[in-house]
Design a protein around this ligand. Structure first.
Ligand code: NAP
Length: 289
């Protein structure tokens, strides 16, 4: 057992209120681990130095989460990537070995999937509509295209169509994207005949943000997943509920990606009791945020 306190953390910028420290520090307490989880708010011009220092044998840091805007940027610092992170083209979890080798993982996609499994949502053969083409859309698209429960089709819309084009050009080099159909108008998502609608945009983060699709298009056979977890009920989720749709916010995805990250760092499977404590602390943080 190490005598020196091991540090884990999250890097991003700007790092406002992050919920990850509460969740991971709860787990460390429960595991009686001599470890702590910190938030590192790093400007772009600080990244190089941060990763140089990470390579030092004396560094106390053995694991990191990565958030906006660095999930793609950090690829260049990795010594190895897991096959899934390679496919996604983005890293949200870094494992640092005692020899200071950096392995990049992506637990966003598996975290999203684990939440769908919990909710008993099967994507096989379904018509999926996705809003947004940022970093989180990248992980969700890779997940949906690579799992055995592949949807029948994925229609995707982004406000900035060139960003969507660029994303699909890149993903095309990583996996089979033949089920993905980009659309240039939000109406062309055909939400009225979709089975699953996923919001990966940041529309809804602001309390006065509008519902991003026409409420009339939402229906009772639809499952609506909003990656946003704060607020817990975005205008989209409220509208979907009014229309009788089943809904979920992204708190479960956040929880599962954190569990999977910790399992990679600790190289162990967490038991249910610890996971429940992590989830409770996340919930408490969300309620007080
Ligand atoms: N639950 C979780 O575990 C989890 C994980 C990751 C992310 N998230 C959440 O998912 C959201 C997106 O994250 P990200 O990493 O994908 O961010 P990102 O890479 O910055 O992408 C942001 C996306 O939102 C769109 N957007 C922003 N403002 C918009 C507006 N006014 N109208 C229409 N579209 C707009 C952007 O479209 P343009 O290209 O047109 O700008 C882009 O598609 C955030 O709210 C984040 O908190 C949740």
């Amino acid at each position: 057992m190490r005598s020196k306190k091991i540090t884990y953390g999250i890097i991003g910028y700007p790092l406002r209120h992050t919920l990850s420290p509460a969740m991971h520090n709860t787990a460390f307490r429960e595991l009686k681990a001599n470890a702590t989880y910190k938030a590192f708010s790093l400007k772009a011009d600080q990244l190089d130095d941060f990763f140089v220092n990470l390579k030092e044998k004396s560094s106390p840091i053995f694991g990191l989460n990565v958030t906006i805007p660095y999930k793609e940027e950090v690829l260049k610092y990795m010594d190895t990537l897991t096959p899934f992170a390679q496919r996604v083209g983005a890293v949200n979890t870094i494992v640092i070995s005692p020899e200071r080798t950096l392995t990049g993982h992506n637990t966003d996609g598996p975290g999203f999937l684990a939440h769908l499994v919990e909710l008993k949502i099967n994507t096989k053969g379904k018509r999926v509509a996705i809003l947004g083409a940022g970093g989180s859309a990248r992980a969700i698209l890779a997940t949906l295209c690579l799992i055995p429960e592949r949807p029948e089709s994925i229609k995707i819309y982004n406000r900035t169509s060139s960003r969507l084009d660029d994303l699909l050009e890149d993903l095309k080099t990583r996996f089979d994207v033949s089920i993905i159909q980009p659309v240039t108008q939000v109406e062309d998502l055909n939400v009225e005949i979709a089975d699953i609608l996923i919001n990966t945009t940041s529309v809804g983060l602001g309390k006065d943000d509008p519902c991003i699709v026409d409420e009339e298009a939402l229906h009772s056979n639809l499952f609506v997943y909003d990656l946003i977890y704060n607020p817990a009920q975005t205008a989209l989720l409220k509208a979907a509920r009014r229309r009788g749709a089943k809904t979920a916010n992204g708190a479960g995805m956040l929880f599962y990606q954190g569990v999977l990250a910790l399992q990679h760092w600790a190289d162990m499977v967490l038991d249910d009791e610890i996971k429940q404590k992590m989830r409770k602390s996340l919930q408490k943080e969300l309620e007080s945020a």
